[in-house]
Design a protein around this ligand. Structure first.
Ligand code: DAH
Length: 339
């Protein structure tokens, strides 16, 4: 009887140290398995006096039940412990502050371009595209800038081959458009252009232009003035004053450079306009009859005007940006300001 009581103590102490289900199974086999210690007790029955056998038998059964209960309890405990571990590892602190969501901004160059586009599309212009790698023929020759023409010095060119360049302006898209389409033509051509300039506050080897072209019968300089003055009023405000100064471009005759009231100081004079109150914003002119002829258009029948504006410049004036590099370095601290 004593050894029976001892067995249950051993079971409990073995179980106490068991920390895995495998270990518990092992202990179960040790005591309750077919050849286990508790099962083995019954084999002693034959050595016990007849009258004591019922008491012995019920004692063994009692012990077996106790052991079963102890195993069950241990299994439950292990299960609970595993669950708690799992819950702990999945715990989240709902009181922690949320991560800030970073919203993007439309790049200032695009913001300006979208405005420019909206104004010209509103006046009936269409948007067309051209390649950045361009034939010398389209970038220069057909725009009335022959090989040895001094005007080539105005635009420091990246050459890819003798007759292929990285376009120095968006004007070649004029040529491509006139070769492909019959007048009336009313297009703007936005895009990147390239020159071998060293980088500084006002120069970048890559910048952006928007070219414009209007060809029809009876287009005059007053059409040019009307369209561009209205464009600048819509871009910079109703009170914007424009000044057309004589200029020179090989592809237009006559040519003009256009100043507009400085959008930063409203004409009072500031560092951006060097105190003048006016600032140069674009080049333009009546399409040179030679350029029309180069594209197979009869200058006796058709006339037109063209213009080219620098998007970078318009953007810098509009936002008071004093260094063109900001437009290309994509520093988020700069870009964030345009949300
Ligand atoms: N292509 C000129 C440049 O990049 C800009 C320009 C001036 C374009 C006058 C024109 C124009 O169409 O008429 O400097």
């Amino acid at each position: 009887m004593e050894s029976i009581e001892k067995i249950i103590e051993e079971v409990l102490s073995d179980l106490k140290d068991a920390s895995t289900n495998e270990k518990v199974s092992e202990i179960r086999v040790k005591y309750l398995g077919k050849k286990g210690l508790i099962s083995g007790l019954m084999k002693n029955m034959k050595d016990i006096p007849q009258e004591e056998r019922p008491v012995f038998g019920s004692k063994v059964n009692e012990i077996r039940a106790k052991a079963e209960a102890a195993f069950q309890e241990k299994t439950n405990k292990l299960k609970e412990a595993a669950l708690e571990l799992k819950l702990r590892s999945e715990k989240i602190d709902v009181t922690l502050p949320a991560k800030e969501v970073q919203t993007g901004a439309i790049h200032p160059l695009n913001q300006t371009y979208y405005e420019v586009r909206k104004i010209f599309v509103g006046m009936g212009f269409e948007v067309v595209d051209g390649p950045e790698i361009e034939y010398d023929k389209y970038n220069f020759e057909m725009l009335n800038i022959p090989k040895d023409h001094p005007a080539r010095d105005m635009q420091d060119t990246f050459y890819i081959e003798d007759d292929i360049v990285v376009r120095t302006h968006t004007s070649p898209v004029q040529i491509r458009t006139m070769l492909k389409h019959e007048p009336p033509i009313r297009v703007i051509c936005p895009g990147r252009v390239y020159r071998t300039d060293d980088v500084d506050a006002t120069h970048s080897p890559v910048f952006n232009q928007v070219e414009g072209l209007y060809i029809d019968k009876n287009v005059t300089f007053s059409d040019l003035k009307g369209v561009l003055a209205e464009f600048l009023r819509r871009l910079y405000g109703k009170s914007t004053v424009t000044k057309f100064r004589p200029g020179f471009f090989p592809f237009t005759e006559p040519s003009a450079e256009v100043d507009a009231t400085c959008a930063l100081c409203g004409g009072k004079g500031c560092p951006a306009c060097k105190g003048a109150g006016m600032i140069e914003v674009l080049g333009c002119g009546m399409v040179n009859p030679r350029v029309l002829e180069n594209c197979g258009l009869d200058p006796e029948v058709y006339s037109g005007f063209a213009f080219g504006l620098g998007l970078d410049r318009l953007t810098n004036i509009k936002y008071g940006i004093t260094d063109i590099r900001h437009l290309y370095e994509n520093d988020v601290r700069f870009l964030k300001q345009f949300r």
